[in-house]
Design a binder for this molecule. Structure first.
Ligand code: FDA
Length: 387
């Protein structure tokens, strides 16, 4: 009999396992993968954006936006940074408060594995888990395993090729907890065939953009990349978590500038040039926006109204994506175990003493930029204090 069995050796599961083991619990962490912490290893382009200096509750999406607050306050980004420092892992801030390892994401995985082993926790990999019975028997390919407490840390559904499954949701439902319909988030948006034909020439072009939802306050000022299938880049991934089918996004392709005024001011110097060649934009983008605005001819021949139309095409481009790239490329999962069924301090299911849910399997989804790992650390830590 184990005191605590943790299902899933990702960021949240390892954290919960370490903390419970440090409290003297007999801990076993199980995973069907051959290696632990695979998403940590590949994260942040191999450098792991392990937290963010600007952690704030409004940067997490959930049906219950206040739920994450308690865990994020009790185990903060500074607590995790101190842990990284103690492990001697060098790091740097890249942009927007995002912290990355100087070396390799593997250092973070190694730190967690070392901490788990030193605390006396056991890790078993390559174990198939088929279900969880009341009273807590975990059914595995190696036979049944009994535990007083179980921490479900099986993550979301993104990137099935890396071992993501819906096991955590199945367990939640089997124990009577609601699950908010999971959907891909932090994911590229796709064009319809018609949009794709019109935008084909732009594939590979990247700009600094402001991307928002039409008639909504939320917007992100970050990079945008045109792909062969649609739009990607940080600003698009961010807005994808808020976007719903049929909704228009509004894109400012030259955030912080006033293209109409710039063109007006450039008349005397560049008036003899074709309009697209007179704009201070990547060439392919300049051609595309003038075409979309229905303008042609030399800059000098454009009326003030025409330049205003150009400004609208650049700064207020509205389009309705036809979908997302889905689970194959989504960085995270929106939705998950309904937080109304969980205790915010401990992550324990209210109606099922001893059963805990942590990390991405829970209906808490962070912005791009280290927020999701911080949720994994904070929620894992919280359950580790209680399980
Ligand atoms: P996680 O998915 O890490 O772990 C779940 C574990 O459960 C896995 O080891 C899996 O094998 C196991 N499991 C699942 N089903 C099972 C079953 N049926 N039986 C047994 N085991 C099972 N976030 C961030 O903050 N900064 C970043 O830089 C990035 N970068 C990034 C890049 C890419 C490509 C992706 C896909 C994601 C990110 N993320 C990120 C998001 C981040 O990786 C994610 O939010 C956390 O890994 C979630 O941690 P969890 O421990 O909850 O799940």
């Amino acid at each position: 009999m184990h005191d605590v069995i943790v299902l899933g050796a990702g960021a949240a599961g390892l954290m919960a396992g370490i903390e419970a083991a440090r409290r003297g619990r007999r801990v076993l962490v199980l995973d069907h993968a051959r290696a632990p912490g695979e998403k940590i290893r590949i994260s942040g382009g191999g450098r792991c954006n392990f937290t963010n200096l600007q952690i704030a509750p409004e940067r997490f999406l959930s049906q219950n936006p206040r739920f994450a607050l308690s865990a994020l306050r009790r185990y903060t980004q500074h607590d995790f940074i101190a842990r990284i420092d103690r492990a001697g892992i060098a790091w740097h801030e890249k942009t927007l408060g995002q912290l990355f390892c100087d070396g390799s994401a593997r250092q973070v995985v190694d730190m967690l594995l070392r901490d788990l082993a030193e605390a006396g926790g056991e890790l078993r990999l390559g174990v198939t888990i088929s279900g969880l019975r009341p009273g807590f028997t975990v059914d595995t390919g190696d036979g049944p395993l009994d535990a007083r407490s179980v921490v479900v840390a099986t993550g979301g559904k993104s990137i099935p090729k890396m071992g993501a499954t819906g096991l955590g949701y199945d367990i939640a439902r089997a124990f009577g907890l609601d699950v908010i319909e999971p959907r891909p988030a932090l994911v590229p948006l796709t064009f319809s065939d018609q949009q794709r034909d019109a935008m084909q020439a732009l594939a590979g072009v990247s700009v600094q953009a402001r991307v928002g939802l039409k008639d909504a306050k939320i917007a992100f000022d970050e990079g945008l990349l045109f792909t062969h299938r649609g739009l990607s880049g940080p600003s698009i991934l961010q807005i994808s978590s808020y976007w719903r089918e049929g909704q228009a996004i509004e894109v400012d392709l030259a955030a912080g500038r006033d293209l109409a005024q710039e063109a007006q001011a450039a008349r005397s110097e560049k008036g003899a040039r074709e309009l697209a060649n007179a704009l201070d934009l990547p060439e392919k983008l300049a051609r595309s926006v003038t075409e979309r605005a229905g303008l042609s001819g030399k800059l000098a021949t454009q009326s003030k109204a025409a330049l205003q139309k150009l400004g609208d095409a650049v700064h207020r481009w509205q389009l309705v994506p036809n979908g997302t790239e889905g689970w194959r490329t989504a960085e995270v999962t929106l939705g998950g175990v309904d937080t109304r069924a969980l205790d915010a301090k401990t992550m324990q299911a209210r109606g099922v003493p001893g059963l805990y849910f942590v990390g991405e399997v829970v209906d808490v989804t962070g912005w791009l930029g280290g927020y999701n790992f911080q949720w994994a650390w904070s929620s894992g830590w919280a359950a580790g204090q209680a399980a």
